[in-house]
Design a protein around this ligand. Structure first.
Ligand SMILES: Nc1nc2c(ncn2[C@@H]2O[C@H](COP(=O)(O)OP(=O)(O)OP(=O)(O)O)[C@@H](O)[C@H]2O)c(=O)[nH]1
Ligand SMILES: [Mg+2]
Length: 174
């Protein structure tokens, strides 16, 4: 049976843990601790090592989902977790101070995936925060010579998370 590893990354509070928890069919692995960095994001806990979950697709293929921590001090985990990944979902949060800079920061962090064009972008909280628009993300990607799928999502919705995964898998197969 085919097994594929996918990565979920993005800044603190974008919803990596939420997304993996929601769609994993095994009890997802969480490494949450109390969040002492309330300036970056005002939520109770934050990931310090990784998230892990599994999903079986309709065709029987298995997807192993790994999530990175969002705090800058854990950047060293990015390369470790990206090893062997077919592609990555970059989750962004439109309510953060500079989500376009966040996107560029994460693209810079995964040069191998960028070279393979194996990334999809999911932008959260667009309903409460209209700007930047999806078009400005597309433009920012274009400025880097990239054309990647980009969606406005709510990672608390199962279908939105599945859309990101389906999109990434079809991109990787193409
Ligand atoms: N109101 C609102 N809340 C959202 C939306 N998307 C995600 N959330 C919430 O934002 C929080 C995201 O938290 P986590 O899943 O811990 O985020 P994370 O990316 O794993 O964060 P770190 O591990 O700290 O990097 C959760 O409480 C979600 O319910 C949205 O579109 N609207
Ligand atoms: Mg997390």
């Amino acid at each position: 049976m085919q097994t594929t590893k996918l990565l979920f990354t993005g800044p603190m509070g974008a919803g990596k843990t939420t997304a993996i928890q929601l769609i994993s069919e095994v009890t997802a692995v969480k490494t949450e601790v109390a969040n002492l960095d309330r300036r970056q994001h005002n939520k109770a806990t934050t990931t310090v090592a990784l998230d892990y979950g599994e999903l079986t697709l309709d065709d029987g293929a298995k997807v192993l989902m790994y999530g990175t921590p969002g705090q800058d001090r854990f950047n060293f985990m990015w390369t470790i977790l990206a090893q062997g990944a077919l592609g990555a979902v970059v989750l962004l949060d439109n309510s953060r101070p500079d989500p376009l800079a966040d996107m560029n920061n994460f693209l810079d962090g995964f040069p191998d995936l960028v070279a393979r064009r194996a990334l999809v972008i999911g932008v959260g909280r667009t309903e409460s925060h209209h700007r930047p628009s999806i078009e400005s993300y597309t433009q920012a990607l274009q400025d880097r010579g990239l054309l990647l799928p980009i969606y406005a999502v709510d990672v608390r919705e199962r279908d939105d998370v599945l859309l990101l995964i389906d999109s990434l898998l079809s991109l990787a197969e193409a």
